[in-house]
Write a protein that binds this ligand. Structure first.
Ligand code: ATP
Length: 252
């Protein structure tokens, strides 16, 4: 089942860290339900741009709006906005000591009732969450992990658990930061397919051209600046932007 996406407007955003512009006058509009890849080499500013969108880094100049609301605005509006966002990070931030199922349910922590807390933390799944949990576990092939503590899982399993957590509440905006980096190519493709079909607006950072090509549109960053914005670029275009890329690697 899909959720309706959000519109994102990033306008002339500059972020300065230690005297250096990590994002430099970035303007970007993402349409409702659009699937966008943020492409660029390490250090280009991709994660910083995601952090600006989610309201974790305040730009030194420029504005951001999600469905017209600033992620730096009034607290109630920001809380509502954050609940509509699902994040999958480069290094998963699952909570050690808790099971995979508890970690996935944490994606809906704001829907936990006071009476749920102790039992969920002890590994019990409230009936109203059980259907969604089973659906995601089946889709991401992590049924066998649900009752294990997350530190007992492989990197790829952890990544899929993190993905299920991000999708649990059917977010309207998915921010995925190198979310396929721990996955083998087949599982990476499956994960991308799920992200793509969720109905949410998707912004996925990557330095992998194969991942970028899963998206409708690619915005390429170099040293904090937008250097390309359009349909997934072909090899000639990539060479023009970044120089030669080994076709076997497909990584910038
Ligand atoms: N909190 C911070 N303080 C100072 N510099 C920072 C901070 N966060 C990021 N940077 C710097 O900003 C630049 C952009 O970082 P960012 O993480 O956005 O790049 P990226 O394109 O996501 O790279 P990667 O693909 O390696 O994750 C880097 O040079 C990084 O060292």
């Amino acid at each position: 089942m899909g959720s309706e996406g959000v519109e994102i407007n990033v306008s002339q955003v500059t972020v300065i860290f230690a005297g250096r512009a990590v994002l430099d006058d970035v303007t970007l509009k993402v349409d409702v339900g659009e699937r966008l890849a943020l492409l660029g080499p390490s250090g280009a500013g991709k994660t910083t741009l995601l952090r600006v969108i989610v309201g974790a880094v305040r730009p030194d100049r420029g504005q951001v709006a999600i469905d017209g609301s600033s992620p730096f605005g009034r607290r109630t509006a920001v809380t509502r906005l954050r609940r509509a966002i699902g994040c999958v990070r480069q290094r998963d931030d699952l909570v050690p000591g808790l099971t995979a199922s508890t970690n996935i349910l944490a994606g809906a922590a704001h829907q936990w009732r006071l009476a749920d807390w102790a039992s969920i933390l002890a590994g019990v799944v409230p009936r109203r969450f059980a259907g969604r949990l089973a659906e995601l576990a089946h889709r991401h092939e992590i049924e066998h992990t649900l009752s294990k503590r997350v530190e007992q899982l492989s990197g790829g399993e952890r990544q899929r658990v993190a993905l299920a957590r991000a999708l649990f509440t059917r977010p309207r905006l998915l921010l995925a930061d190198e979310c396929t980096s721990g996955l083998d190519p087949v599982r990476a493709a499956v994960a991308l397919e799920h992200l793509r079909n969720s109905g949410a607006t998707l912004v996925a950072t990557t330095h992998d051209l194969n991942v970028a090509r899963f998206c409708d549109r690619v915005v390429a960053l170099r040293e904090g600046r937008v250097v390309y914005d359009g349909s997934p670029p072909d090899s000639e275009e990539i060479e023009r932007i970044y120089g030669k890329v080994d076709p076997a690697e497909m990584v910038i």
